[in-house]
Design a protein around this ligand. Structure first.
Ligand code: GLA
Length: 399
C-alpha cells in the first residue's frame, strides 16, 4: 500500500514534466543480446557476426530486430566527459551503421550508477550527455541496469527504503527524459530485478519493459522459477501506453545455451511467447544448431508472442506437476499450453485435460504449434508429455 502510494506520488510529479516521445515496442521487442552467451568477452566482431546470422538464418524475417550489446563495451570519458567505447569496440558509430545496413537496430547498455554491474563506466552524472552520444551513434534501445546506483541510494538514505525507492524511480525517469529529448525513437529497458514493483511505475515514465526477477541462467529450474513468478503481473503488460508498449520482462532467452534439452528449449520459448515476453535470444548464433534455429524461428509460436492484443497468459490450473496456461489472442482465438514441469514422463500416468476449467465446451479444433498439424482437443483426453516438454496449441474458434 505504502509502496503504491509512493509510486503514485512520484508519478504525479513525473507526469507534470513529461516529454512527448514516439511510441515504440508496441509488440514485445524481439532481437538478440550478447550477455547470456558472451558475457564480458563480447567484441565488435561478435556483434557483427551475430547481426550477419540474424539476417542470414531467417531470424530477421521472423521478426528479430534488435542487436543488443550488453555490459563491457564502455571505456573512459574524454576531457569533456563524453563516454568512449573500450578497445573491444573501436568505432561504435561504424558498428551501428553496419547493424543498420543489415536492416536491424542496435541496442546498448548502461547503469544509473557510476559503475555497471561488471565494473565499467556507468551514466551517473552524465545522463543527458550519454543519451545524446548514443543517439548520435544511432542507438535504438537502451538497457539501464541499477547496479552501483544501489549504493548511491543506500548511502543517501540509510534505513529509509521508501526514500531509496523514490531515488530509484527518479534515476530511471532522468534517463527516460534524456532519451526522449534526443528525438530518436529508443526503447527503454529497465533492469532493476523487479524491486519495488516496477510494473506499477515504469510505464508512466517511459519504460517499455522491466525485468521482473533476478538473472536467468541456462538451467531448467531457474527458467521454471522465473516463469512461476510472472503470475499476477498480467494486467501490467500491453501495447498501448503513453510511450508505446509496456511489457513484463522475465529476462532474456537461454534457448540454445548450456545443456538445456530440446524439450526444455521448446518449453522455455513457448512459455516466453505465452507471457508476451520480449524475445531476446542470447545464444551463440554463428554456431547455432539447426534444431535451435527452428525453435527460434517458429512463426506460429512467435505470432502468439506478438499478437496485437498483447495479453499475457495466465496459469489456469495445475495438476501434479503439469501446468495449464491460457492466452487470449486477437480475433477471439486462444492459445493453450500444457507444460510438464516434472521430471517424470506422463506415459504411465497420463495427464487428462479438463476443458471446462479452461472455459471451453466440448471438442475443440486446434493447431499444434510444434508439429504444425491439426489436433482435436477432447475433454478428459490423455496427454503424454516427456520431461519438461510442452503441448502448445492455438484454437482459432474456441467454443
Ligand atoms: C546484471 C543484469 C544482467 C547483465 C549483467 C551485466 O546482472 O541483470 O542481465 O546485464 O548485469 O553485467
Amino acid at each position: 500500500m505504502i509502496r503504491k502510494a509512493l509510486a503514485m506520488t512520484a508519478l504525479f510529479a513525473l507526469a507534470a514534466t513529461a516529454v512527448l516521445a514516439q511510441k515504440v515496442a508496441q509488440t514485445p521487442p524481439m532481437g538478440w543480446n550478447s550477455w547470456n552467451y558472451f558475457a564480458e568477452k563480447v567484441t565488435d566482431k561478435d556483434i557483427r557476426d551475430s547481426a550477419d546470422q540474424i539476417a542470414d538464418s531467417g531470424m530477421r524475417d521472423a521478426g528479430y530486430v534488435y542487436v543488443n550489446i550488453d555490459d563491457t563495451w564502455e571505456g573512459q570519458r574524454d576531457a569533456n566527459g563524453v563516454i568512449q567505447s573500450n578497445s573491444k569496440f573501436p568505432d561504435m558509430k561504424a558498428l551501428a551503421d553496419y547493424v543498420h545496413s543489415k536492416g536491424l537496430k542496435l541496442g546498448i547498455y548502461s547503469s544509473p550508477g557510476p559503475q555497471t554491474c561488471a565494473g565499467y563506466a556507468g551514466s551517473y552524472g552524465h545522463e543527458e550527455q550519454d543519451a545524446k552520444t548514443w543517439a548520435a551513434w544511432g542507438v535504438d534501445y537502451v538497457k539501464y541496469d541499477l547496479c552501483s546506483y544501489i549504493r548511491i541510494m543506500r548511502n543517501a538514505h540509510p534505513n529509509d527504503p521508501a526514500a531509496q525507492m523514490l531515488m530509484m524511480i527518479s534515476a530511471y525517469d532522468k534517463m527516460a527524459k534524456a532519451l526522449h529529448a534526443t528525438g530518436r525513437p529508443i526503447v527503454l529497458s529497465l533492469c532493476q530485478y523487479g524491486w519495488d514493483a516496477p510494473w506499477e511505475w515504469a510505464p508512466a515514465l517511459g519504460g517499455n519493459l522491466w525485468r521482473t526477477t533476478g538473472d536467468i541462467n541456462a538451467r531448467w529450474d531457474r527458467i521454471y522459477t522465473i516463469l512461476s513468478q510472472q503470475e499476477g503481473l498480467q494486467k501490467y503488460a500491453g501495447p498501448d501506453g503513453p510511450y508505446g508498449g509496456h511489457w513484463n520482462d522475465p529476462d532474456m532467452l537461454e534457448v540454445g545455451n548450456g545443456n538445456l534439452s530440446l524439450a526444455e528449449n521448446r518449453s522455455h520459448f513457448s512459455m516466453w511467447a505465452m507471457l508476451s515476453a520480449p524475445l531476446l535470444a542470447g545464444n551463440d548464433l554463428p554456431h547455432m544448431k539447426p534444431e535451435i534455429r527452428d525453435i527460434l524461428i517458429n512463426r506460429d509460436v512467435i505470432a502468439i508472442d506478438q499478437d496485437q492484443l498483447g495479453k499475457q497468459a495466465s496459469r489456469v490450473y495445475s495438476e501434479g506437476e503439469v501446468d495449464v496456461w491460457k492466452k487470449q489472442l486477437s480475433g477471439g482465438a486462444v492459445a493453450i499450453a500444457v507444460l510438464n514441469a516434472g521430471s517424470s514422463r506422463y506415459s504411465s500416468h497420463p495427464f487428462h485435460l479438463d476443458l471446462a476449467k479452461l472455459g471451453l465446451h466440448g471438442t475443440q479444433q486446434a493447431t499444434d504449434l510444434w508439429t504444425g498439424k491439426p489436433i482435436e482437443l477432447k475433454n478428459d483426453m490423455p496427454i503424454e508429455l516427456g520431461t519438461h516438454d510442452i503441448l502448445l496449441v492455438r484454437i482459432a474458434n474456441p467454443k
